[in-house]
Ligand binder design. Structure first.
Ligand code: FER
Length: 323
């Protein structure tokens, strides 16, 4: 949790807008190696726009508390051989209540942040608890959630200068496509097509999800960037052809209004609006912090309607809502 406090602290708006002795915002106080790579990487002052508002209300009481008397899913840490990295790697996998090989399940690939690993989502949000509750209430479809390690390098621990590992988060594109997904699809009973594959993540994982998801509309139909980091490609690069982006059945962008990185999400939102690409735009009062990511996941999984057939004539989907 050392990293979490460190990165979160350095990215929150309070420090960005009101530096003081207690809240230093100078270079030397950043997480080691967190030097911004120009304006996109920096925690500039936050400017909020008229439509930077929540798309969803606060979750109802009890949403994140393990409930008695409902069926529970299972979490397991599994290993796979990565040709990309040349090592055996770990991922945390949630299977929904009553998982059986007699049925086929959709899959959400859920990616962590710069200082995280395959355990981060569990520590930040308890996705198993959120999903068990939502599934019991009929508000989310039973799905498998795969939480891999997005730092695709031999030593994939979040140690030392965490920013130095940023290139390994780009290498993860091949690990995900060539190693993680095939391994999941051979080990579990999965609906192996784009309509039943979602990709979302927080911060670095948000950038990865947007980069890989928008880059592979044939592989993922549901894509979410939560508080996306400066590894997110620039909007014009990310969306070279708006028609491709419109093929997504859900394109989700969310961020906290006190997050010094909100300009990354705002820039993409503005571009998508201009190009008329449907998407969800959900801005809360949070900062760059786990409460933001937990509620983003909670709402995101309710918007992923895997079992609803794609609308006709839209190349596999009608896009998200809002925007
Ligand atoms: C940066 C600031 C933050 C950056 C990455 C992050 C690659 C990631 C933060 C996180 O994952 O929480 O300049 O550059």
């Amino acid at each position: 949790m050392v990293r979490c406090q460190c990165v979160r602290w350095s990215l929150s708006a309070e420090e960005t807008t009101a530096p003081s002795a207690a809240t230093p915002a100078v270079e030397s106080e950043r997480p080691r190696g967190a030097t911004p790579s120009g304006p996109r990487g920096s925690r500039g002052p936050i400017t909020l726009n008229e439509d930077d508002r929540p798309a969803f209300p606060e979750p109802a009481a009890g949403w994140d508390v393990p409930r008695n008397g409902i069926p529970r899913g299972k979490l397991e840490m599994v290993e796979y051989d990565s040709k990309t990295v040349g090592t055996r790697r770990r991922m945390n996998v949630y299977t929904p209540p009553g998982y059986t090989p007699e049925k086929k399940y959709p899959v959400l690939y859920l990616l962590h942040g710069i200082g995280g690993d395959e355990t981060e989502w569990h520590r930040f949000a308890r996705p198993d608890v959120l999903l068990d509750n939502l599934i019991a209430d009929g508000k989310a479809e039973p799905m498998i959630i795969v939480m891999p390690n997005g730092r695709a390098q031999k030593n994939d621990r979040a140690e030392g200068n965490i920013m130095q590992h940023a290139p390994a988060f780009a290498v993860f594109e091949r690990d995900l496509l060539d190693d993680v997904i095939p391994s999941i699809e051979s080990r579990y009973s999965v609906r192996a097509d784009r309509d039943h594959r979602a990709l979302a993540g927080l911060s670095m994982g948000g950038g990865q999800s947007l980069n890989f998801g928008l880059g592979h509309p044939d592989i993922f139909a549901w894509v979410g960037g939560f508080s996306s980091a400066p590894n997110t490609r620039r909007p014009a690069e990310l969306v070279p052809d708006p028609e491709d982006a419109r093929r997504l059945r859900l394109l989700w962008l969310s961020c906290g209004s006190r997050d010094g990185l909100i300009h990354i999400s705002q820039g993409l939102h503005a571009h998508l609006k201009e190009k008329k690409v449907p998407h969800v735009w959900h801005v809360t009062g949070h900062a760059h912090d786990p409460p933001e990511w937990k509620q983003a996941l909670y709402h995101f999984v309710q918007q992923v309607k895997f079992s609803t057939p794609p609308a006709k004539g839209r190349g596999g989907g009608g896009g998200g809502e809002g925007g």
